[in-house]
Design a protein around this ligand. Sequence first.
Ligand code: PA5
Length: 454
Amino acid sequence: MLNTANITRERLGAEGLEWDNELSSHSAAFAAARDALLSRTDDESAMLGWVGLPEDAAMLAAAQKLAAQYAGKFDDLIVLGIGGSSLGGLAIITALQHPYRALQGKSGHGMRVHFVENVDGDSISALLEVLDPKRTLVNVISKSGTTTETMSAYLICKAWLEASVGANWSEQIVATTDPVKGVLRPMVAQYGFSALSVPPSVGGRFSVFSSVGTLPALLAGVDVAALLRGASRANQEFKTQSLSDNAAMQFALANILYAARGKNIVVLMPYSTRARFIADWFAQLWAESLGKIHRDGHRTGTTPVKAVGATDQHSVVQLFMEGPNDKLIAFVRFEAAGKETLIPNSEPTQPDMNYLANKSFQTLLNAEQAATANALRTMEKPNLTFALEALTAENLGWLMQTLMLSTAIVGEIWGIDAFNQPGVELGKKFTYALMGRPGFEDERKRLEAEGVTG
Ligand code: PA5
């Protein structure tokens, strides 16, 4: 559920919203935007195929079948992907797999998963130095198959596998890519890779519940069926609830209203170390979807900022409290821990520590979250809280689908295309030009004339 108390006029004063009035006055517009989005889900070019992924039993079955084939054969999984092709899987696996790698890879804990995202020679060579190539599976994930960072890492891993397992190297590669298009798909036939498809109607940052996220999660031992069940619950709520009850639409409305009041930053701050990469995943989703030039020329978007509680209470929270009032802060809290950790009464002679005795870590963490949210409220800093029962696969699935639906509805209300990313193209072209890729000679000449070299 989404707790909106700390954005209301009653609680927040002048910076607050007349929330009940806003809910009623925007109800019809949000229902229309929701219906417009849902009416386009069967149109491939609308890029809304992700909405139905949680209910796509065939897609899950294909990933499960492949995961079952690999069970017990490998200890380590290298995921090659970037942006939408890695962040969702990273967020899910970090949140739900046993956090200590010494135990991962053993029965019941799934494979150890290593996400190679950035171009970092020291990291990838260090990783390949410690892994056993005979016990390592590589999942190369790229919808386009043209992504420089991913495909260069693929070439490195391919050579590494070839050098040690020889002719059978291709049996240790799984490709997740477009079913027809792109550079990676023909390599599937050429080398006989196992492969899964990213539906053409699903863009990278909305692909977490396709095989992009589900295969790595299954291999890590995550309960993916529960994850999708939670995502599907978010879908049902979105389809049937009105603005006054729906978390996805309310999060969107709060962001729209505060953006209109000049709050150009949205912070996502999970109170959980394991759930911390949800903030990274959300930052990419929100920024790449909503940072756009509208067709009438004005610019849209608010800047997502990642934070983690309670750690960042000793860092950026000072700025959130006393710095400019330019943010909407969204917390994520979990009422119960998976396993309660009790703080023992082991210093009974220290009166200043007695208040901690016999309380759980989760009680402390939740007190810190509530304290921070309400301290911010007293400073008139708007904040809301996604309050979830526990960090489970089902709740995580709900949260991620809710945030995707929110992003889509903000794009719809703002009248922009939330599913493209034209702004990243020029930088890609310049990279190709600087790396000497044929076809980019004009860009290279332009850069050289401007004194730019790689
Ligand atoms: O959200 C997006 O579309 C992007 O972030 C892509 O996921 C990212 O650029 C990787 O693209 P690809 O999967 O084609 O390698």
